[in-house]
Design a protein around this ligand. Structure first.
Ligand code: BYC
Ligand code: FE
Ligand code: FE
Length: 466
């Protein structure tokens, strides 16, 4: 039996007995899923974690030592906007929905389930990383990300239980039954079935794949279904930290790589060379681009028309109906890239991808300033969006990182120059034979962060090992 105290919430859970029962029935399954597929090791350790205890701009985060299994996964919706109206699509200007409109039920459930599925998937993917953490600070950040992805699952399961009746409850069970990378019951989207076997992959995942999360959540925050909008708006405040972990994580690897390159061979000195970092970047960027779906998508067009999923920061666009007009996309046709006119609504995935690419570029620019500051002329860069795609118009075709079409034979010849090879992965793994858990100590291959968490010093015991 849980109470408001055990599950912090601002949805008046105590007063909705049916919902409370449904969530109570789901909670033990969640906890056994967490034990089975959540972070390996450290189950009894106190971790210095932030917990959401409200939604006000200041002070929603409460920091304290908690054991992860006792984390208070809460249910929070951002405050309602008075007289909120649907901001785009065919129902532009009508009051937002507080209940699910019957005709949009299937589409909405599908959007929510797809979003929900990524949250536990990422926890599963990151399960083993604690065993090779580069510092106690990083270990704590990993666990922070993990418990918050767990909370994001709770956020979506709340919507399924509260608004979708029996099939919502069934979907909530399924969310705990699928497994990342499983042959028969994999997670829904490609990126969430890829292994994250080392911390360089973790940092690129939180930089690039959590950033897909940011843009998908921004698009869902525009939704005419108000509970989804309010839930995702609050999730976005947590997402910022995940991307911070990724961007600064890669930045620290780049920094160390630059320092070591002035002393000699980076790998021999225990660092990760820039070409290897670039290959990891190529991999996780291309996998994450796939998460936006096809360049031309009737799904996206109908989500938009129905007012279910908008564009990131919809208010910045001039035309919120987008009922007519075309955009020109360069798409493959008969072995060449040909400019094609696509109805604006059918190109909504590409519009969201554009915003994402721009945001990624800003992060890469910051890494490059680190390289510049270290006096190096080498730079990192985002590959072409055509490179290594498995979804959308470029899937099944072959392009080099500049986006030039190549043959399959050339791809096979060059793949190991562009994506992490088995040897690269083995090398990165070899740098972390064990967890580094002495407070303040850092692995050889990354620079210390510029500051600690919540004003604590770098040598703070973020995870108590005693
Ligand atoms: N992998 O019309 P299309 C996050 C499927 S991340 C596998 O082009 P659509 C997080 C598609 O389902 C944010 N399948 O695509 C990050 C469709 O299947 P059906 C997650 C894919 O529907 C880190 C078919 O291909 N949130 O929060 O316009 C850690 C044709 O699709 C993929 C969301 O995704 C793929 N990559 O767009 C933790 C938001 N891409 O109908 C958390 C909700 C497409 O033929 N989801 N397909 O069976 C959506 O809005 C849409 O489902 C998508 C796809 C944007 C993902
Ligand atoms: Fe999340
Ligand atoms: Fe996240």
């Amino acid at each position: 039996m849980f109470t408001d105290e055990k599950i912090p919430n601002n949805v008046d859970l105590a007063r909705d007995v049916r919902l409370q029962r449904a969530l109570e029935a789901w909670q033990p399954s969640f906890l056994s899923w967490w034990r089975e597929t959540g972070p390996e090791g450290f189950p009894e350790n106190d971790v210095y974690l932030r917990t959401a205890t409200g939604v006000t701009a200041e002070g929603w985060a409460h920091y304290d030592f908690v054991r992860m299994a006792e984390y208070r996964w809460g249910i929070f919706l951002a405050d309602p906007v008075p007289d909120r109206r649907i901001g785009f699509g065919d129902f532009l200007g009508q009051p937002v929905w507080q209940e699910v409109p019957g005709e949009h039920r299937t589409a909405l459930r599908r959007l929510i389930v797809t979003q929900a599925d990524t949250e536990p998937a990422s926890v599963e993917q990151q399960r083993g990383l604690g065993r090779t953490c580069p510092s106690l600070y990083d270990l704590r950040n990993l666990f922070q990300v993990n418990v918050e992805e767990g909370r994001h699952l709770w956020a979506m399961v709340y919507l399924l239980h509260r608004f979708f009746g029996r099939d919502g409850r069934e979907e909530a069970e399924e969310l705990l039954a699928r497994r990342s990378g499983h042959a028969d019951r994999p997670r829904i989207l490609g990126a969430f079935n890829e292994p994250i076997d080392d911390w360089l992959a973790f940092f690129l995942f939180t930089m690039l794949t959590d950033r897909d999360g940011k843009f998908q959540l921004l698009a869902l925050a525009e939704s005419g279904f108000d509970p989804l909008s309010r839930t995702t708006r609050f999730m976005l405040t947590e997402e910022a930290h995940h991307m911070f972990v990724g961007e600064t994580g890669v930045g620290r690897v780049v920094q160390r790589s630059a320092e070591l390159s002035r002393q000699g061979d980076v790998r021999a000195l225990g660092g990760i060379d820039l070409p290897t970092i670039q290959k990891y970047l190529n991999l996780w960027y291309s996998i994450s681009l796939d998460l936006f779906g096809g360049e031309v998508s009737t799904n996206a067009a109908s989500f938009f028309g129905a007012g279910l999923k908008g564009r990131a920061k919809e208010e910045k666009f001039a035309d919120h109906v987008a009922g007519e007009g075309v955009v020109t996309l360069e798409l493959p046709e008969g072995g060449a890239l040909v400019p094609q006119e696509v109805p604006v609504r059918s190109a909504m995935n590409e519009a969201l991808r554009d915003a994402y690419v721009e945001d990624c570029q800003r992060g890469v620019d910051r890494w490059n300033r680190l390289l510049e500051g270290a006096g190096l002329s080498d730079r990192l860069r985002l590959p072409s969006r055509r490179f290594h795609r498995r979804q959308g118009a470029f899937a099944g075709l072959f392009f080099d990182p500049d986006g030039r079409p190549i043959t399959e034979a050339e791809w096979a010849r060059r793949e190991d120059d562009w994506l992490p090879s088995a040897a690269d992965r083995a090398f990165v793994k070899s740098l972390s034979p064990r967890a580094i858990t002495r407070p303040g100590e850092m692995a050889s291959w990354l620079a210390p962060p510029s500051k600690g968490i919540d004003g604590k010093p770098l040598d703070f015991e973020y995870v108590r090992l005693g």
